[in-house]
Design a binder for this molecule. Structure first.
Ligand SMILES: Nc1ncnc2c1ncn2[C@@H]1O[C@H](COP(=O)(O)OP(=O)(O)OP(=O)(O)O)[C@@H](O)[C@H]1O
Ligand SMILES: [Mg+2]
Length: 271
């Protein structure tokens, strides 16, 4: 067997094993406050394929962040299990990158050092690390701020550093909880396009939370709607739009139709 065939076989095996397939099996979460027990999440069952882009929408308090934190390994499920590529989640890991609203940066590190933090921890050599940080500084349009410290940045810029830092780790799964919520409209659109670009190139699986229906439709292949009491899935929509999401997609009749359907389902739930 030649070296090339061997390399190809190894690659095929790795690909067959999947990159970031998430399985959520009967996950529930209860919180106890004093004597009362509050069920934040019911019996959630969900499969997300490797390289799929799935978005969750739903009214405030329905358990979206709780679910994402469980997948991230930041919180333990009361019942049920989450696996990534068949491996049970027992805590945070470099295979899952996280971008949460208000996610804190290391204040004592510069923008570039924050972005290079993960690769450095993994022992990536300096020149390679530089290439990685350059790439994500460019994508998040932070090149001229590489040497600044977090306290010298605006809120939106900090959020972009957090995104760059998550991406620089090359995670199999990206977990994003309203990552663009604090950005101005123009930057938000740019970041959405940048995220789709990264997703297409790096074949990550994305689980994304947003309140913005337009954002959900523009980004996703599939949208899940949650409702509260206890947190559960009440709707699932495949987004049948062209794979290449150009800004014109927002005018597509299917986009507008789905937008109306989602808005009506959410309005009904919020009432
Ligand atoms: N640590 C906790 N202790 C007690 N209750 C909690 C805790 N964390 C979350 N909850 C409750 O669980 C429910 C779900 O919260 P969660 O943050 O997941 O909602 P969400 O869907 O992300 O809402 P939002 O859209 O406002 O971010 C809420 O009713 C919340 O009060
Ligand atoms: Mg939340």
């Amino acid at each position: 067997m030649t070296k090339e065939t061997l390399a190809r076989e190894i690659r095929m095996e790795t690909e067959a094993a999947g990159h970031g397939a998430i399985a959520i099996r009967g996950v529930g979460k209860s919180y106890r406050t004093g004597k009362t027990e509050f069920q934040a999440l019911g019996n959630i069952r969900l499969d997300i394929a490797a390289n799929e882009f799935v978005t969750i929408v739903g009214p405030s308090g329905c358990g979206k962040s709780t679910l994402l934190r469980i997948v991230a390994g930041l919180e333990e499920a009361s019942v049920g299990e989450v696996t990534v590529d068949g491996v049970a989640v027992v805590g945070p890991g470099a295979d899952r990158g996280m971008v949460f609203q208000g996610y804190t940066l290391f204040p004592w590190l510069t923008v570039r050092q924050n972005i290079e933090y993960g690769p450095k921890l993994k022992g990536v050599p300096i020149l390679e690390r530089r290439a990685v940080s350059n790439r994500y500084l460019r994508i998040t349009r932070l090149e001229s701020f590489a040497n600044r410290f977090p306290k010298q940045l605006s809120g939106g810029m900090k959020q972009r550093v957090a995104i760059a830092r998550a991406l620089a780790n090359g995670p199999k799964v990206l977990l994003m909880d309203e990552p663009f919520g604090a950005l101005d409209a123009q930057t938000k659109l740019e970041m959405q396009e940048a995220l789709l670009d990264v997703w297409a190139k790096e074949k990550t699986t994305v689980l994304f939370i947003t309140h913005d229906i337009d954002e959900a439709i523009f980004l996703s292949q599939r949208i899940l709607v949650m409702a509260a009491g206890p947190g559960r899935m009440i709707g699932e929509y495949q987004v049948a739009l062209p794979a290449e999401r150009t800004p014109e997609v927002r005018e597509h009749p299917d986009f507008l139709k789905l937008k109306r359907e989602l808005a009506s389902l959410l309005k009904h739930k919020e009432a």
